[in-house]
Design a protein around this ligand. Structure first.
Ligand SMILES: [Ca+2]
Length: 507
């Protein structure tokens, strides 16, 4: 495993290091070059135009041969869990016992250093077949993916050609419909899907699971995954800060769990993973989130227990989302989408103005990742002995008909300033679903900046609330959200002074 990580790091930061064989170096260009074209037997030609060369992508070697990349396809269906190889033969036809053109076809495509037999790939295939009667095709290009990053990134283009060739043949010879194909690719697999999609007319959908950032971010749309590559392109960004992923929007709907940069459970102090797995923990989380979404969905009617919708809220920024500014699904549910398999249920898809949205949600740090969001609305008492403005941190424990959501941090984005008589929105998140809330225990901790703190030695540091409202947002669609009655403080007058206190609101 350690060598894998070393290879990964060297490949990312030393894209054309001296260890590359002369043969490979000969194929690499440097910020160049006029149009160069290379053709691959039967599947098509690729051109390197000037647009492929940027400072962020200085090297554009042509991909290795079809044989060297070794792309192969294995079809799994409910009738055949063993897998059947799918291959276009010399007559441009495909012999298959199990492929059926009247059902949806899902293709799963791994990324850099990955393989078709990876756990998440097999888990996804099994979950998809449990959820639906589909053709599930696992794309293995592990030979082409196990090299330096620069060359693996180049090889994605030939895998894209292979997939387009396979799907176009299935359309032509087997009567399949392009709209019923859905490519699900992780990392480099996301961009492979884009290359395939640009060569398949009316391809139904691409899901990019943490699309790879290096060599693709800020590049023209023909170099990377973009909304023009399929009728619907959705992405899940999970690792924009380590450099494996990107926060750049690449789809019609871009999902940013936990802000999209780092994932809970992936920090050195909180993970049980070995050190060598840490660098890819956030990057791989997108795979696990998608797999979970398949069976935890409210649209999966056969599943009874453990339903939890990955409800996501459109918002200008993650900070605004954490500040509780975006916790309504809005008229017709246009401000909410479900992350994962059911992103295609988003009601705004037919409206071009509603596409190109960023969606945010929180998740747990371990399975089940799906959790419950709460909208908390607090009103500061008008008549009280408190100061006109106080600054501090809040936590809330909500007790409801189905559970207790304990100590939800309401000010993860920093201490909040609150004024007398005003109402404030907060986001809460818990792995527990409360249903309709009956009591709310609020913890307050005075937490101003250094200056305010130094001039307020004897002033009243308490927060006086006149009412609260707590809404469990963990149901879909919005008309199923459960809002508490207005909560009133049980003992509004006598509150401990000091830096913090707790009190209860009856709803
Ligand atoms: Ca593209």
């Amino acid at each position: 495993m350690e060598s894998r990580v070393l290879l990964l790091i060297s490949a990312l930061f030393l894209p054309n290091c001296m260890c590359v064989s002369t043969n490979l170096e000969d194929r690499a260009g440097w910020l160049s070059h006029g149009n160069e074209t290379e053709c691959f037997e039967r599947i098509g030609c690729l051109t390197n135009s000037d647009g492929w060369y940027k400072l962020k992508r200085p090297f554009n070697p042509f991909p290795s041969s079809r044989e060297a990349v070794g792309t192969n396809f294995k079809l799994y269906t409910r009738e055949n869990k063993e897998g059947e190889e799918l291959k276009v033969d010399k007559n441009d036809d495909i012999q298959s016992k199990y492929f059926k053109s009247d059902r949806e076809t899902k293709l799963i495509i791994h990324g850099f250093l990955g393989k078709g037999k990876a756990d998440w790939v097999m888990d996804m295939m099994e979950a998809l077949l449990q959820r639906m009667d589909a053709n599930v095709v696992i794309v293995d290009w592990s030979k082409g993916a196990s090299t330096l990053y620069t060359y693996a990134a180049a090889n994605t283009r030939v895998v894209g050609l292979e997939i387009a060739y396979l799907i176009n043949t299935l359309i032509e010879k087997k009567g399949a419909s392009a709209r019923m194909f859905h490519l699900i690719g992780h990392s480099l697999g996301s961009h492979i899907s884009g290359y395939a999609g640009e060569r398949i007319h009316n391809l139904g959908r691409i899901t990019g699971l943490d699309p790879a950032g290096p060599y693709f971010e800020d590049m023209p749309t023909f170099v990377r995954l973009d909304p023009s590559d399929a009728i619907l392109v959705d992405t899940i960004h999970t690792d924009a800060s380590m450099g494996f992923g990107t926060s750049q929007q690449m789809g019609d709907l871009d999902f940013y769990p936990n802000g999209g940069k780092n994932q809970p459970g992936c920090f050195i102090t909180e993970t049980e993973e070995s050190l060598s797995d840490l660098p890819s923990c956030s990057h791989s989380r997108s795979e696990l989130l998608f797999v979970e979404s398949i069976l935890s969905s409210p649209f999966y009617e056969d599943g009874k227990d453990g339903k939890c919708p990955f409800i996501s809220f459109t918002c200008e920024s993650y900070e605004d989302f954490l500040d509780g500014k975006c916790l309504s699904c809005g008229k017709d549910g246009m401000n909410c989408a479900l992350m994962g398999l059911d992103a295609d249920k988003y009601p705004g898809l037919s409206n071009p103005e509603m596409k190109r949205k960023k969606f945010y949600l929180e998740t747990n740090g371990a399975e089940p990742y799906c959790g419950y969001h709460y909208h908390v609305n607090l009103t500061v008492a008008k008549e009280s002995k408190g100061q006109d403005k106080v600054v501090g941190d809040l936590a809330l424990t909500a007790t409801g008909e189905t559970g207790i959501a304990k100590e939800m941090e309401l000010t993860t984005n920093g201490a909040r300033t609150m004024s007398k008589g005003e109402s404030y929105s907060f986001l809460g998140f818990s792995s527990v679903q409360t249903g309709k809330v009956s009591t709310a225990d609020v913890k307050w901790k005075w937490n101003p900046d250094w200056f305010s703190s130094s001039i307020c030695i004897f002033c009243n540091k308490n927060l006086y609330l006149s009412e609260a409202e707590v809404t469990d947002l963990g149901y879909y669609p919005q008309d199923k959200f459960k809002t508490s009655e207005t909560c009133q403080p049980s003992e509004p007058e006598e509150i401990d002074s000091g830096d913090g206190y707790a009190f209860q609101l009856k709803c």
